[in-house]
Design a protein around this ligand. Sequence first.
Ligand SMILES: [Zn+2]
Length: 387
Amino acid sequence: MLSTIRAFAPSFNRSPSRAFSTKTQMDSITKNPDARISRWASNSISTEARVTSEETPITLQEWQGWGSTSPMPTMVTEIIEELKALEKNIDAQMSFGGNGGKLQGYFKTQEDKKHRATYQALGSSEQKLQFFSARQIACRLLGSRDYLCQKCWLPFEDCMCSRVKHCPLWSGARFWLYMHPKDFLRQNNTGKLLLQVFGVEATTLCLYGISEHEDIMWSAFKSAGKSKVCCLYPNKNATSKSVQDAFSSELSTKQERTQQTTDGDGILNFILIDGTWSNSAAMFNRLREQAKSVWGEDLPCISLTTGSSAMHKLRPQPSWDRTCTAAAAASLLFELQLIPRLSSVGLEKQGEALEDSLEVLLEALTSRRIRMGRSITRKVRHATSFC
Ligand SMILES: [Zn+2]
């Protein structure tokens, strides 16, 4: 499913003029007095760049500030060290532009050559995926530092945190936000709203291809047991059940009854695939492969029957053909609320809190665009393209 607010995808994601991340040279100096402006993009479209904070490494505290509860991933640390070493070797400082930490200028040209060679030399697709993911995360961490608010992932001047209300999630449920690295620290990502509204106790960020994250997630699933794990998949398919079918029916077989009473702590684990439409198929396949290797069976899936989204109600648009991650999670909570045994745990209120946060994000993104003199008109023809 889509991780981003689709309405803004066209110009936010495609425009080389960096719809969101425009930051003036003065801003950069003000916010980060240590930053050195060494190299500006020379083309006429992208006239601004951000540079990273001197030599400061990314601490555990900084890493976890972005919403992860894991240790700093080893491969991300290694890649950051390599980027720093490359700066010294070629005597050119890293600079970032784009929406979410894209390298720019001479450093980018050199780094491109280097990382492409490294990627090609890797032997397996697994190694390639891990390298790809770690490099994406490394660049986003460096490019977003001193620029984005760690909680809402918006530039400081657009921080919406004071308007997002925290709401505890029902203790019987836990979300796993399985996020594509390209959506990590994206300003129009909506999965982050779950982290903000429910907190990291109830929502765990799991970055696709980051082995530390995936290990933590699958270890939790093993303890929980297969009957307590399900993946919310946007499309109905042969193996997915409706929420009603998955949770309301009395257990039908003795085997299922035995399974459910012996599984873990009883908490329901919901996986939300938080990536663009085109990336989500690969992410889903990876989950399925891991489920097969852990349980020898397919990943349990559920699909929404309502398909309704807060964003549809807010701004009906023909381009809204699929729901975004936060709206899907809210819809899931509303559907669970209809299950008699779950009707009194406040799921509706929790879904509404998530929808409210979506409205806040939409307002913040709209205000930013208006302030920057950019159109808020959507262009459907661009709506399917990300990154
Ligand atoms: Zn904020």
